[in-house]
Design a protein around this ligand. Sequence first.
Ligand SMILES: [Zn+2]
Length: 1024
Amino acid sequence: MEPFPGDRIQLPRNMIENSMFEEEPDVVDLAKEPCLHPLEPDEVEYEPRSSRLLVRGLGQREMDDDEEDYESSAKLLGMSFMNRSSGLQNNMSVYRRNPNGSCSMPSTRTMVVCTVVLVIAVSLIMVIYLLPKCTFTKEGCHKRNHTMEVIYPLATNGKLFPWAKVRLPHDALPVHYELVLQPNLTTLKFAGSVKIVVNIVRVTRKIILHSSGLNVTKATLTSAGGHQGKPVEFLEYPLHDQIAIIAPEALLVGQNYTISIEYSSNLSDTYYGFYKISYKDENSKQRWFAATQFEPLAARSAFPCFDEPAFKATFLIKIIRDEKLSILSNMPKKATTAVTNGIVQDEFFVSLKMSTYLVAFVVADLKNISRETNGSLVSVYATAQHLNQVGYALNTAVKLLEFYQNYFLIKYPLGKLDLIAIPDFQSGAMENWGLITFRETALLFDNNTSSTRDKKLITAVIAHELAHQWFGNLVTMEWWNDLWLNEGFATLMEYLAMEAIFPELHSDEDFVNFIFKAMMKDSLNSSHPVSSAVQSSEQIEEMFDALSYIKGASLLLMLRHYLTKDVFQAGIVVYLHNHNYGSAQSDDLWDSMNEITNGTLDVKKLMKTWILQKGFPLVTVVRKGKIISVQQEKFLYHVETENWTSDASYLWHIPLTYITSSCSFNRCSNAYLLDQKSAVIELPEEVEWIKFNVDMNGYYIVHYAEDWKTLIYLLKKNHTMLSPKDRANLINNIFSLAGLGKESLEKAFELINYLNKESSTAPLTQALYQLSLIYNLLEKKSEQQLAARVMHRIEQLLGDKIDQQRWTDDGSLSERELRSTLLAFACTHDIRNCRTTATEMFENWMKSNGTMSLPSDVMKAVFTAGAKSSDGWEFLLMMYTSSFAEAEKSKMIEALASTEDVRKLTWLMHNSLAGEVIRTQELSHIIATVSQSLPGYLLAWDFVKENWEKLTRKFHLGSYTIQNIVSWSTSQFSTKSHLLEVKSFFESKSEESSQLRCVKEAIDTIQLNIQWMERNFVKLQELL
Ligand SMILES: [Zn+2]
């Protein structure tokens, strides 16, 4: 099923509002007043009050699909019909104004056409009228005498803009771009010119493309075979980031034309487009750096282009620069030529066919190291002071590139691959083809200060971005609704590659914990299907969330497990070969998989139940002797009754897996496809216990109705009968069920009683996570005594383990990571004398003026303890501003944000927003840390409220950073008054803000917290 309406009925939001709520006349009925307006496109203008809606004359040409969409949309909104304004149709307008201003009579032919159109219009009106949800009773919906009218927006110059949709028309397709840019790192502006060769696939006089914030000074059009470009009229409609090139005559199908546009702009001060970054070099001198970040919608702010992923073309890029700076772009450099004194121009080789969001260039003073592998030169670039930290990334990238080439059976197609550390970068990294940009902490590994966890992060991010060179770059999702095809795959491949090449990092255990967090989000009513219709820029930005990445990856992992790894891999290879240099939708992937399964399994049918439905199933298992009854229903925290959607019709095709006491571990995992609401599985013999969802390879939660006791007993008796991932899975499932009210909290606590015997990271991390959630809520509700009792329980379970930790970097990577987690927790909550040891180490470090080396895995715990004193905090800040080790700096910033001094917390947040002492890229991290603590959580929320406009300007509405900021700053609330406050704050903001999914999710989460407390508070008091 498709719970969201298709994107056929979507008009720009401003149009919907205006048309529904403005009083008449919003539109003018040309049938009544045929002579009211002249009908030539450049002359017809009628602007309603504060509305951009406009009216055009009646046309004769048959409607194409786009027009039909648009027209039925308009009808639904109570508008009158319209036609559109290509030059061709205007020549045949029914009500043509004579040169003398009088009305001519329509011809017989036009009368016939008019009648046909009228009949269609009336039929549509009837259909719409009969729709159960048609409540648009304003004039227009039920009127019988409708004629065709055109509704177009106004361009900036007051003329009609000939396109009203957010998506571009498909009349002209880009084939090749030639882009020349001249950035100036002194004036912080850039000038550009772009030549775009377009191929005409439908007769038109207009070419619509994207442009945002660019000062376009000239546009010319060169016709097929012509040499000299002729100046043409261009119109701008900033609301949709669009410009229109108006050709003097109809453009012919099959012909190529070249659009040339000259423009200029400022380097952006956000993280999007072609943006500037100020940084200090090794001599503490301020320098400028310019880089690009185009995904999803910002290529248009660096050059006019067809900025949708399916419009693939080749790119020739030339950049003019100061001879002292370096320039990198997607392709290798072809030539450098002198322009004037000290100024040169770099020209890069023509790219492969690619999407605009993958174009990239960087202008800066850079250093690098390189190595060749399999015909491609891999290089890692950074500013000079970081050159000693790029070695690990180079080794890792080379290994991963080789792995992927073997896995996908497709060679990396570019001659070079650059990985570059950017001093200020919003996300972790961006997979631009051939030029991957990274946040410094996601690429630079410092032998002295990078911890095991830092190594894991760097490896994972490189693995993710390299996988994108195939998934995303070679084969691209057709539209942003299928973003998961890019991100889910890259996330899955990241884990598969790490498992294969770096097994010592145990990344699969992290993945399990990520899936739990994605499921938490997916269990709220505010969730969405992995593949969801999107249109507006906020909706597109919002697709970059845990569901596209983690749920997407988890569903693929489930499929891989079910199909077997070889069949899955073969399916991927077919998919990549079938669609290389093109675009794909979810169905294309399933079709490729079906080519391999060859009728034995319909992958499409199975996977559609997961991709198109939000949420996930709860499987209830009842065991009676050899008979196992299984039943599925939707797992949903029913928090908001007003918006609650019925879940009875949800049905998934679940590849259930299970192990039993007579057949455990990978020796014999069993599978059963549950494609009904319920079923019965008969085992060959009676068993002592059964555990479903083996190794958490499936995306569902299991409730062992009467069997939790058996599993609790098993863990207590011999927990190693189950794998660490299975143990983490049981902990997560029972706490989730307690939140839902399906199982008692008492049993959940009983299940984790075995923990003092536990030594694996995944179950320990999951238990700590669940208990911390409870502790944090109690603490913020001022239930300090009860919170202390939760902490006491944590100590009972994990105290010995914490005491056993040594303050060194010894041991396996897994042991070292666990040490980091446990000691950072203990020092944050001041338990097990953690702070005494840590403070001592901090003081020695301070005495040595920061020259003493600290073990990297415990560094964060040491800094956190040190930051508790005012002197320690000031010293840490001073060291932060002078350190070049990004890994060290990120631990310092977390420690600084963990102080209890509210003035310091406020100072930190404000300074991070200002971006001078502390980079703005750290802000969401700082807010996350501040909002977890008792002294900070209200402060963080106040900060978000006060600075909402600045935050959304810098990070863009709907972006992953904004999602995080909203989520963290409200996650600790569990009272009705806070619920009300959060609701009314966002309601007081723009509609775009209040409609954000992360806002709805925040509201759901607060309600869930309230509900959790109501359900479990008394029980907690009895239990602890
Ligand atoms: Zn990605």
